[in-house]
Design a binder for this molecule. Sequence first.
Ligand code: F3S
Ligand code: F3S
Length: 114
Amino acid sequence: MPYVIAAACIDVMDRSCMEECPVDCIYEGERKLYINPVECIDCGACEPACPVSAISQDRRVPAELREFVDDNARFFTQSLPGRDAPLGPAGGANVVGPLGVDTEFIADYQPGTA
Ligand code: F3S
Ligand code: F3S
């Protein structure tokens, strides 16, 4: 079961998680970071690295934050604004660099709405 980044990351983006991930599957958007559920090997190294506790395993995400489970996946399975195709299994955040865009859900997200 992959790990998921939820609301606490939005507009914080500490990035300590990226340095811990052995498979480089934590990708940078404009307001938050996203874990590719296809590439995540569920090692859990990222979870304690986050100073705002934004990361948890998908099955442990609180009910009010469930949308973030689907939304982490959407970042890779839907075409992001300005792109013709989905990122898919992109081969590593260092390969693609910061994407500079978010899913629609995150771009429009206001604290307390999820
Ligand atoms: Fe975000 Fe926490 Fe990583 S704030 S960038 S999930 S260390
Ligand atoms: Fe990486 Fe965290 Fe998954 S460290 S492999 S995103 S559990």
